[in-house]
Write a protein of this length. Sequence first.
Length: 344
Amino acid sequence: QKLSQLTDLSLLALYGGGQRSEQLGRLRDKPECVVCTLGRLHDFLQAEKHWFSLKAVCVLVIDGAEGLRKEINIDPDAERAIESQMRQGMSFCISQIRSIVMEIETAQRQIAIFSSSLTDDVGELAERLLRSPIEIYLGPKDPMRVGSHVEQRILFADDGKESSLKRILKQHCLSTSPEKKVLLLARDLATWENAKQHIFALLPANCKLCMTDEDTKSPNCNTAMAAATVVMTTHKILRSLNITDVACIVNYDPPPDGHEYVHALELMTPFGPRGLAVSLLIRGVDDRAVAFIAQVMARSRQPVPKDLLDTYKQRCGRDLPPIDRRTLRFLDCRDDRPPAEREY
């Protein structure tokens, strides 16, 4: 609605959970611009195909392409459950989106795909949907690279992650403005259930604490998250959150891969003060995360801590992948200071 105020376009929003009959009635008025979820669009294309189609669409924009589920062989027993999930717009495979695009018959049509990270699935989607596509990057072109507006730090928490987290929160929450958010990421919500009371006791009086749940679309979740200074969530739930003004990210547990690590760091805006991302690692337990974090730091032209690089080289060739040539070019910018001299 805010964007439509600057134009004369008639706008309609179609989404699950809204009044279906009301949306259908407004759709019959033939609005010039339709913003919709994939689930509701798929629903209307199937149920109202006697009068509704996409033949005259001139511009199609697909947002959030990094969350699309790649086409796989579906077990017949699970097909009904997966189909129900797709109808709700939770996930769509590439073949179904391609069938939606094939509905368009406009000769001079334009298709744009927006993604926060360039994964293999997004590249495959672009190859199957677009003809001679043009790639436009906001930030570094390398998908395993973060802009200079984010300072990455590594802390080997040999004395326990809880004490390291307390030290980071005390230093950062007291030095940042209440409008800026501190994002805490773990593997599951059970981790934060156990540590919630300890974290709350560390916060200043003007800071509020919020722990997200699985239902990220509920109004209560959005309201609490908007007013909170410290937001506790998981790497999986983070994909569905609309969170802004992030000044600090703490990976209490390392993300599953490098793309998830980069996606979290990209939440920090390149405008304003430099953001801070701290990853808490335990030697021998989080060694797999050492591989992609060292690669991202090196490709981002940030100093790689010597202890992080030594841990990577010790495990390289055994259970960690070898250092690729692109990363090898940047590994000369190491941080040789001992851990005691680094500020966290």
